[in-house]
Design a protein around this ligand. Structure first.
Ligand code: S3P
Length: 175
């Protein structure tokens, strides 16, 4: 029975907001992998990037993902991965090994960039110019496409998208 679902996709795809709404609809727990990293490292994501570099962030990310996969999921859990997590071969391999369910949330890159600009409270070290953002998105897209399912979030109404994901997964939402 399906008890653990990972949301993947680029920055601004709505992984955390849709994940929260989906967990609420299903009566499951929600977890944001970046939050687990921050709490394990005791410093914000941008500080890890700034002081220790991206490679250290990726190491912490991989270790946090391993920890998530080692925990029981009796009640069901939706996990939002950071935008680069599923792109790392060792993470994709770990998820494949665990036969984890993965859902790619996607939207046109202009929409993703606009959403990131609007979310000023979220510091994203890899959101640079629009051109670099687009380049990184195009380079990563083939990786995200390896997820089991893909759901479009372009006209993001968070609850509606969450409902769509639940239906795509064949999961019953509670009223
Ligand atoms: C990253 C995306 C961020 C966060 C970190 C790196 C990326 O998560 O994990 O800044 O490599 O795309 P969000 O996708 O939630 O912004």
């Amino acid at each position: 029975m399906l008890r653990l679902v990972f949301l993947v996709g680029f920055m601004g795809a709505g992984k955390s907001s849709v994940g929260r709404a989906l967990a609420r609809q299903l009566g499951w727990k929600f977890e944001d992998l970046d939050e687990r990293i921050v709490s394990r490292e005791q410093r914000p994501v941008e500080q890890i990037f700034r002081d220790s570099g991206e490679s250290e962030f990726r190491r912490a990310e991989h270790s946090a993902l391993r920890a998530v996969l080692s925990e029981p999921d009796a009640g069901g859990r939706i996990v939002a991965l950071g935008g680069g997590a599923f792109v790392q071969a060792e993470n994709a391999a770990l998820l494949a090994q665990a036969s984890a369910m993965t859902v790619f949330l996607d939207a046109p890159v202009e929409v993703l960039f606009r959403r990131c600009l609007q979310e000023q409270q979220v510091e994203r070290p890899l959101r640079k110019s629009e051109e670099e953002f687009r380049k990184l998105y195009l380079a990563r897209r083939p990786h995200y496409s390896k997820a089991a399912l893909r759901v479009e979030t372009g006209d993001l109404d968070v609850d509606a998208v969450a409902g769509q994901v639940a239906r795509a997964l064949g999961l019953q939402v509670s009223d």
